[in-house]
Design a protein around this ligand. Sequence first.
Ligand SMILES: Nc1ncnc2c1ncn2[C@@H]1O[C@H](COP(=O)(O)OP(=O)(O)O)[C@@H](O)[C@H]1O
Ligand SMILES: [Mg+2]
Length: 267
Amino acid sequence: MKLNSTRAQRAQDSQKKISQRRFTTPREMLDNCLEKCPGPYECPYGGVLIFESSPTEQPIPIVCPRYQSWLKQVELEHKLREIVPDNLADKSFENFMIRSASSGEALKLMKKYVKARAWEQGANILITGPYGAGKTHLAIATIRKAIEVGDTAALVLAVDLLHGGFQAIDERFEALRGVDLLVIDDLTTEFENKYFLQRAFELIEHRYRQKRGTVFTTNLPMRDFMNALGSKMFSRLYESLLTIEIKDVDDYRKTLRDKNLEWLKEE
Ligand SMILES: Nc1ncnc2c1ncn2[C@@H]1O[C@H](COP(=O)(O)OP(=O)(O)O)[C@@H](O)[C@H]1O
Ligand SMILES: [Mg+2]
């Protein structure tokens, strides 16, 4: 409460101060404001200045670019949190470390996928690798970029797609048709389920025709994945599918665990 009233008071004071001074152009007013900018979170004007050249002229609103880009970032983080679990929402290309030649290659290819917005052409990706290799990390970093450019995205765990009866499963698959970029994360034994395989394949085909891409992650060896798909399905998927294999990396979760349990070493 106290904080709010202080902030409101400060806002009033600054509004007074800024309106006491006359600026000749909106640009000058904005530059002056940016010089003293306390940061968007503390902005007393809610990101909009009002320029009045004279009492007779119509006031001109000036939208602050710094505030706008902050707002965009906040909205992005918000959207991302609706799509991915909270503990994974900070994953990005920037905080992905290259831990082997193939993980560097994976990062490079996923960045290319993003740069070309290749999901909008129906391009699909399969990322394989052991647990903790960073597959989900890369998939989330890709989602982050997709929503940054205004596309819609979804991330589903493969195992969650199989809950419930046939109708529930069908509905779930159908709901995923329209999203621009889809990530089906952590495929494992679902692929041995013929019903899942059929639905998943129909979904991918439909999405491909609508020029919407899907990223799969799996810890299955590539060969098992192809075997599960069957040669007919695989060859139809092949034209739109890039496979990326992350190798020669330890489970990163182990590194994180060691870090989180450092307190144990204290005497
Ligand atoms: N190359 C990497 N750089 C930074 N963090 C990583 C890397 N690989 C994995 N991690 C982190 O380790 C944890 C597990 O990674 P995750 O992407 O979930 O692995 P996977 O999906 O391959 O099993 C996550 O917190 C992730 O951010
Ligand atoms: Mg994963």
